[in-house]
Design a protein around this ligand. Structure first.
Ligand code: CDP
Ligand code: MG
Length: 770
């Protein structure tokens, strides 16, 4: 695709992925990378939360920052005029016209696949129809799952508004760590991860009369797993209705998976869309998109329609928005100099949409300002999940961010990769909802056919499955390879993920869930964090680790406004604990607590009050869970070394050793790494010889982020299975032995272990396979 060849990790799974990943992202983002970096530095601690994406219940790239959503919804909620006009609009939706037919087919069948064009009203109408048809009369709920949390909140808000009720009562939503439902709730929107977790607690899902699995064509990991679970569940709960909604792709597959269940297509009208390919490969899709959008804006009247631009993620989106503004104001100035009328900036509204954006800003894409042209710059969330009405022009960069797991190096990598043909067509189709449209594709026709897959590879076939397999084991699935998958994951990924669970002690040598594994599964956290929390309870510092884990679950603790960067940086360093970013987070929270959780104090110290509040709420929820499970909650007082040991025990598989100036090597796969400049360790001067990290960022350099200095002895102890391959367990447990050991010996041992670890992995895998 384009003259920047992308190395395709899925097509070349055996290639040296670490290199390819680098080359790939370099190739795409060569010029961008500097800007991306700049942007990253500017928001430094926004990054803290990013790796949490691995947690079950969260799709990648979907972080929090959506908690304010309810405030904005409530303002709108009961304006009568608004209500009536909404009802009018509702009746024009294709789904509305198919209402009675749909309800009949649902009455007659247990599983139904509903197909409809995006924007036909599947998400917002179906649940309402079901409720009106009496499916909540027995006190049961209608549940509707979404692969994205942003969508879950947005549609719940919309449906509450359509029904004229307060969000959180009759219509509510639930996403990880945020439950906006009450006992009165009848329609519940949630992420697919939440429903998956609910099946752990209540395997029969008794409280639901109907489940709508929305956006099934997206093939998110959790939706795919739910399919397998439903296959058995529906045979037992004959009264439970399952409605699968899908864009046209994959619908057949779902129907067949459930024994040929009926498919219902919502008839809908779409308008022709002309697709215009780029004649030559573009060298920078952001620049091309800016050019194309300004061209459209300058050459066609505002009333002709809005523009929707597809970009890969936050950085690209922000660069596009800023670039477009700049471009138009340049033109404005030129015109003014030539005494010409200039309105280019006055009659345009440029709106970004991505998951980390606060919900009130997200909501703006649905508002219309008369006499203004909307330019929405979005991630693939606008492909099917959200419909912006009035779009006539689509500009498609041809890429999206994709999480890809490489079993060889054991890493999930978020990478910019070409979209599939199906996605490209879906994107183009967005231009033809209200009238004929034009889609500008920023790639050549050749690359459309040569470089794109027909369909996107389902997530289950390309991501790390350890969290998911842990849940399946918890659900009592003995042989995970025999689980009814719609599309089975590659065996290599399954094995590698099982291996990872084994190394953290969640599985025993026979692949059975250990007690520790069971406890880990019951926390809505990624395994390394739940392991850290559980070991903290044994070592006597669970109060502190509880705080750290909660702080890691929210983005943007530190506030760094552009105009006051130096001042805010200084404020931040006051919280630094030189040997650990994890302890720095703990320090921030403790001081906030000592200041009565004050918001004024946060402002003075350049801290994000909302994020801290959220961390506090997450902390309370996790604390309750621990109490319920009778896990000891105890403070270590002033001993912070114990805490670092626990941090080490959770991340022992993510360790690196200093090698050269400011450079580290990953102990398991030999990747070269750097500590992110925003880290407390970086500021402290001399870098420590060994560190563990919370997450890795792949831009043009590999950065590790949220880092803690550790003692190599600890790595030997907690990372036993990775590093101490030449020793017996007894030796390690009696850590006194190492007191005489020279640091050199330990270093040699750890170095050696990189290779041996790989060998050992093969042996263990063979064992687990049996
Ligand atoms: O799910 P599907 O793509 O079939 O459509 P939908 O999301 O139910 O959207 C139906 C209509 O509601 C569209 O015209 C959307 O623009 C509108 N809608 C809205 O105005 N605000 C929302 N938050 C969600 C949908
Ligand atoms: Mg929908």
């Amino acid at each position: 695709l384009s003259n920047r060849r992308i190395i395709d990790p899925i097509r070349n799974p055996d290639s040296d992925f670490s290199l390819n990943a680098k080359k790939g992202s370099r190739a795409v983002a060569e010029r961008r990378s500097k800007e991306v970096h700049k942007a990253k530095m500017e928001e430094t601690n926004d990054l803290t939360g990013t790796a949490i994406g691995q947690i079950i219940g969260l799709k990648d790239g979907e972080k929090t920052a959506v908690s304010q959503s309810t405030d904005s919804s409530n303002n709108l909620e009961n304006s009568k005029e608004n209500f009536e006009s909404i009802q009018r609009v509702r009746k024009t939706l294709p789904a509305f016209k198919a209402r009675s037919e749909l309800l009949q087919i649902i009455r007659d069948n247990q599983v139904i696949v509903v197909i409809g064009e995006t924007g036909s009203g599947k998400t917002t109408q179906l649940a309402q129809f079901l409720e009106e048809d009496g499916y909540c009369n027995g006190g049961q709920l209608i549940g509707c799952t979404q692969p994205r949390r942003v969508a879950a909140i947005s549609v719940a808000t919309r449906v509450a508004m359509e029904k004229g009720v307060k969000l959180g009562n009759e219509v509510g939503y639930s996403i990880r760590f945020e439950d906006k439902t009450t006992s009165r709730t009848k329609i519940k929107f949630m992420t697919d991860g939440i429903l998956l977790r609910e099946t752990l607690m209540s395997t029969m899902l008794e409280k639901y009369s109907c489940i709508i699995m929305d956006e099934a064509h997206e093939r998110s990991l959790n939706t795919d797993i739910l399919f397998g679970i439903f296959k058995n569940l529906l045979a037992i709960r004959r009264d439970l209705k399952l409605i699968i909604t899908s864009a046209t792709m994959n619908a057949n597959k779902f129907s067949q998976f459930f024994g040929g269940s009926p498919m219902f297509t919502i008839p809908g009208r779409t308008f022709p869309v002309e697709t215009v390919f780029s004649r030559h490969p573009v060298s920078d899709y952001v620049e091309s998109a800016i050019l194309q959008a300004s061209k459209i804006h300058l050459s066609s009247p505002v009333s002709s329609g809005d523009i929707l631009i597809f970009m890969t993620g936050q950085e690209d989106i922000e660069a596009t928005c800023a670039g477009l503004r700049e471009k138009l104001s340049e033109i404005n100035t030129k015109k003014r100099l030539g005494n010409m009328e200039s309105t280019e900036l006055n009659d345009i509204e440029i709106l970004p949409i991505y998951s980390a954006l606060p919900a009130d800003v997200q909501g703006k894409i649905f508002n219309c300002t008369p006499n203004k042209r909307k330019v929405v710059v979005a991630t693939n969330i606008a492909e099917t999940s959200l419909t912006v009405d009035g779009v006539k022009y689509v500009i498609d960069c041809g890429y999206s961010k994709l999480k890809v797991y490489n079993p060889q190096i054991g890493l999930d990598i978020l990478q910019i990769a070409p979209i599939s043909m199906a996605s490209a067509n879906q994107r183009s189709g967005r231009a033809g909802r209200t009238g004929p449209g034009i889609a500008y594709r920023l790639y050549t026709e050749d690359s459309f056919f040569d470089d794109m897959y027909v369909q996107t590879i389902p997530e289950i076939q390309r991501t790390n499955l350890s969290n998911t397999l842990l849940l399946l084991k918890y659900l009592g699935v003995k042989d995970v390879l025999a689980f009814p998958f719609v599309d089975p994951p590659p065996e290599q990924i399954v094995m590698s993920s099982l291996f990872e669970l084994w190394t953290v002690g969640a599985l025993d040598n026979f692949g059975k869930l250990t007690e520790l594994g069971g406890q880990m599964a019951s926390f809505p956290l990624q395994p390394s964090l739940s392991k850290m929390l559980l070991s903290a309870s044994q070592s006597g510092c669970s109060e502190e680790v509880l705080t750290i884990v909660s702080m890691l679950s929210v983005p943007q603790i530190f506030y760094r406004p552009k105009e006051r960067q130096e001042e805010s940086d200084q404020a931040r360093t006051r919280f630094f604990v030189p040997e650990s970013d994890h302890l720095t987070l703990l320090n921030v929270f403790s001081q906030w607590k000592a200041n009565n959780f004050s918001s004024a104090w946060c402002r003075r110290n350049f801290l994000q009050f909302k994020s801290l509040q959220r961390a506090k709420s997450i902390r309370d929820q996790l604390r309750t869970l621990m109490e319920k499970k009778r896990i000891i909650i105890v403070s270590s007082g002033t001993d912070w070394d114990i805490i670092r040991k626990c941090v080490c025990s959770g991340y022992a598989h993510q360790a690196a050793r200093l090698s050269g100036l400011n450079k580290y090597v990953h102990l398991r796969n030999g990747l070269e790494l750097r500590i992110h400049p925003a880290s407390a360790l970086f500021r402290a001067g001399d870098l420590p010889p060994y560190v563990v990290y919370h997450e890795m960022l792949l831009t043009s350099n590999e950065y590790i982020n949220t880092v803690t200095a550790v003692d190599p002895f600890w790595l030997m102890k907690y990372g036993l299975l990775f590093y101490n391959v030449s020793r017996r367990r007894e030796d390690v447990e009696d850590s006194g032995i190492y007191a005489d050991e020279s640091p050199e010996r330990i270093k040699d041992n750890l170095d050696l272990s990189i290779e041996q670890c790989m060998m050992k992995k093969e042996i263990v895998k063979q064992k687990l396979l049996k």
